[in-house]
Structure formats: structure tokens, C-alpha cells
Design a protein around this ligand. Structure first.
Ligand SMILES: Nc1ncnc2c1ncn2[C@@H]1O[C@H](COP(=O)(O)OP(=O)(O)OP(=O)(O)O)[C@@H](O)[C@H]1O
Length: 291
């Protein structure tokens, strides 16, 4: 039996966090000047912000591809040292999937590509095989294991790139616009897959420009605007008109419908509004079953 949690014990430190972190590209102005960002554990988070607001930079700082110039990147409360040992520890906890799968895939076949990370960790062959099988299953691409990566469709390449990250069994999976360029069916399948990963305990962070997708998929949002970074429950942040304006985001469709229904006293306060056309249909069927 696991011992009961001590209610007076301090909460565990975040899996990964930036603390008063500063960063500027060479000869450029600071992109971040003292940013605090704790990635919530086991959640689905949408990272939102206008073009050039720093989403990619933030993701690269969290995954160690860029190094903080001041402040710290912390793993479970400990500063990350940017040496080989520190970066290996970081990569087994945080994995980044970049936007273009062609920047990530380089091995001849899907199976070889997905096995690259675990092999690089020096894991035994059996363990590597197990992880590759699990990752291919998780992304629903088992049948593509022996397929040359250059013969895959764009959507298949996206999933192969994510499988490579999943094979590292990260606690935090960060993705730069993973649904961009996918058809609606491909988007839905990917969102289901990412939802399953989240349900299995992985924190999934997704940068996206799609506020509707963020509202229906994410638990939390992180919004970059000139005023800084705001994090919180997605429904709260995406209902904040001032924040949306500052970040140049439009109001999500679901928020607009919910507001309209409340204004017309059709939806009581406290009852969540529909976030998708399907949820609106279901709501309408409940409200007027004979219509
Ligand atoms: N390699 C680089 N060298 C110099 N400046 C850069 C580099 N990459 C990004 N920047 C600058 O850093 C700032 C943040 O860019 P970043 O790519 O992180 O934004 P973003 O929110 O991901 O944008 P987008 O939505 O367009 O992808 C921008 O002002 C950008 O011009």
C-alpha cells in the first residue's frame, strides 16, 4: 500500500520550469527578460501567441536546444547543467518535436529513426525494440516500421517524428504546431493520440495558432503577449478579451457561442458551453428534444 500523502508537505517541484530566465539571440534584443514558466504535470497545454512572440524560443529553452543566458532551467527543482550528463537527463524528461518533420527524420526507415534516441541512451537491444514497438503503436504507425522515411506522406512523417520523441518516454512532450498541414481527419487522429498520451501521464505542450483547437483540446493555456506570459486554465484565459487582444488572438468560436447563449439566458452560469459544432448539436438536442 502506498503511504497516505502528507497534506502539510510542500507540493513537489514542477517537472520542468524556467526561473527568471533571460534569452536573446546573437545581436538581437532580449526575447525573454526574466520569464517564469512552470510546465504543469500530466496536463495538455496549448502555447499561444502571435508570430514572433517567442513560442519556438520558449520551447527550445525548455528542451535545452537553447541555453538560458540568465536565470535557470530546472528539472524537478534542480538547475540543469548544460553538459553532456545534464542534457541527457533533460532529454529523457523533455522531448521537443519541431514543426517540419523533415528537420527531425534522418534515418533510412521509420523503425531506424524511432530507435535512434533509445539506442543513443545506450539501452539494451530488447529495451530499444520494446520502446520502438510501443511508440509506433502509440502513434498508430506500426505498419510503417520498415517504410523508407522519404516515401511517407506528410502526415505520416509528422507521426513518425512524434514517435521518435515518444520512444524516449519523456514526462513532457513539446510540439511546435503538430497539427499544421494535416487534413481534418489527420488532425482529429493526432489529437486523439495526444489525448491518450496525456491520459497515460505525459504532459503534452502544443504550440498552435488555432484557438478553437486549443479550447477543445487543452486543459491549460500559456499565452505570450507583450505584457509577458500568462498561464492558467484554457477556458479562463481564452475568455479574457484583453489578453486575446494583447496577444492578437481571436475569440474562439466556442467562447463566442457560449457568450451569446448566456446573454440570451439560454445557458445558466456555471454550465459549460459548447466548444465544438458537435457539442452545440448535442446541447440543442438536449434543450429542445422534440425539435
Ligand atoms: N535564429 C534566430 N536568430 C535571431 N533572431 C531570431 C532567431 N529565431 C527567432 N528570432 C527572433 O526571436 C523572436 C521570437 O521568435 P520565435 O521564432 O521564438 O517566435 P514564434 O512565436 O515561434 O513565432 P512564429 O509564430 O512566427 O513561429 C522574434 O523576434 C524572431 O525574429
Amino acid at each position: 500500500m502506498t503511504p497516505a500523502a502528507n497534506p502539510s508537505a510542500p507540493p513537489p517541484p514542477p517537472v520542468v520550469e524556467l526561473v527568471r530566465a533571460g534569452f536573446a539571440y546573437e545581436d538581437g534584443p532580449p526575447v525573454f527578460d526574466g520569464i517564469d514558466f512552470a510546465v504543469p504535470d500530466g496536463r495538455a497545454m496549448a502555447l499561444l501567441g502571435r508570430n514572433g512572440s517567442g513560442k519556438t524560443t520558449l520551447m527550445r529553452l525548455l528542451s535545452g536546444g537553447l541555453q538560458v543566458a540568465r536565470g535557470a532551467l530546472r528539472l524537478a527543482g534542480e538547475d540543469v547543467s548544460y553538459d553532456r550528463k545534464g542534457l541527457t537527463r533533460l532529454r529523457t524528461t523533455v522531448q521537443l518535436v519541431v514543426q517540419d518533420p523533415d528537420d527531425q527524420l534522418f534515418a533510412a526507415s521509420v523503425g531506424q529513426d524511432v530507435s535512434f534516441g533509445p539506442l543513443n541512451l545506450g539501452l539494451p537491444e530488447d529495451e530499444v525494440r520494446l520502446r520502438v514497438r510501443e511508440a509506433l503503436e502509440a502513434l498508430d504507425i506500426t505498419a510503417l516500421e520498415d517504410r523508407p522515411t522519404h516515401l511517407l506522406s506528410y502526415g505520416q512523417r509528422k507521426r513518425a517524428a512524434i514517435a521518435g520523441a515518444v520512444a524516449m518516454r519523456p514526462r513532457v512532450l513539446i510540439m511546435d504546431e503538430p497539427t499544421a498541414g494535416l487534413d481534418p481527419h489527420g488532425q482529429e487522429r493526432l489529437l486523439e493520440i495526444l489525448g491518450r498520451l496525456r491520459d497515460g501521464g505525459t504532459t503534452v505542450v502544443m504550440a498552435t495558432h488555432d484557438v478553437d483547437l486549443a479550447l477543445r483540446w487543452a486543459d491549460d493555456a500559456a499565452v505570450l503577449s507583450p505584457a509577458g506570459l500568462r498561464t492558467g486554465p484554457v477556458e479562463e484565459l481564452l475568455a479574457d478579451d484583453a489578453l486575446l487582444a494583447a496577444a492578437r488572438l481571436r475569440r474562439p468560436w466556442g467562447m463566442a457561442v457560449t457568450r451569446l447563449l448566456r446573454e440570451r439566458d439560454l445557458l445558466p452560469d456555471g454550465v459549460p458551453g459548447p466548444r465544438t459544432a458537435e457539442e452545440l448539436d448535442a446541447w440543442a438536442a438536449r434543450e429542445s428534444p422534440t425539435a
